[in-house]
Design a protein around this ligand. Sequence first.
Ligand code: ACO
Length: 323
Amino acid sequence: MIRSVVRGFGTALPKRVLTNAELESMVDTSDEWIVQRTGIRQRYIAGEGETTASLGEAAARDALDKAGLTAADIDLIIVATSTPDNTFPATAVNIQNRLGMHHGFAFDVQAVCSGFVYAVTTADAYIRGGLAKRVLVIGAETFSRILDWTDRTTCVLFGDGAGAIVLEAQEGKGTVADRGVLTTQLRSDGAHREKLYVDGGPSTTGTVGHLRMEGREVFKHAVGMITDVVVSAFDATGFTAEDIDWLVPHQANKRIIDGSAKKLGIPLEKVVVTVDLHGNTSAASIPLALATAARDGRIKEGDIVLLEAMGGGFTWGAVLLRW
Ligand code: ACO
């Protein structure tokens, strides 16, 4: 059986760090409020010349280097983003060109904060279906450009960045002892649209718009949706919480991360947390956290890694893989 195995990983962050202390001079907030409610201490903000495509390109180059590959070895690029450089063409095609890659194909997926989980699921389906052998899966965002910087309830939460992995087709035995993606579980429910959305778009206002969120409502649904989809991943593989070596959650809020881990019975020592450093980088948050823990040696070959996310739509999902 063909499995999608992680062969490389990479990250990119903008140069500029924005601390909670700096935010205190921009809106009526405090470091204490932000840390207590979210766990966020700082985030990175894209400056002039830094875009979703430039950050995505840098993360892709890092991942290719780690894999010992070049763009010539890739046949598909999938970019998860809600903050594309342009309405079209896709940011994935932009990154393809920046990498000097003129073969294969590239497209974006849009599932807000669940984007990376959706993109990995899509890449895995293409690989197992024989349509691609090596896929660059990138999560890249510049949420700073769709924030209302006068709205303290949202502008303190988000940041910019990108992460990438290379998924490669490798032969497995078809058991959960295989390396690679073992199960993917996706869900969405558009009834929750108004709780987290952007109030503009090409076909409605003809503008880009700003992010709007009912934070308390999102919070209320998050833990339940995340645990539900993770239980489906456990059911599909026969794994339990005890089998998980590393939980790499979407980094929206430390309280949601802790609440989900507790409900699932996964000890906090096994949870990768980067929300304090990056804020919520939407589709980029999981690959940023994943690469951080792989680079510092926490995630090792053979480890069982659980990815999960929930975001605008609502969309939510989980991926279980063996590193
Ligand atoms: N600084 C200071 N005070 C603030 C701030 C701020 N930045 N923002 C809101 N407040 C105030 C509110 O006005 C309110 O004041 P009031 O009581 O006088 O009305 C008070 O703080 C409490 O506000 P709540 O919204 O009830 O605060 P809550 O404890 O729910 O925390 C938060 C807010 C952090 C947004 C929380 O609801 C949350 O984390 N929600 C989930 C959001 C999230 O994770 N979204 C992303 C997931 S999906 C995705 O990643 C796209």
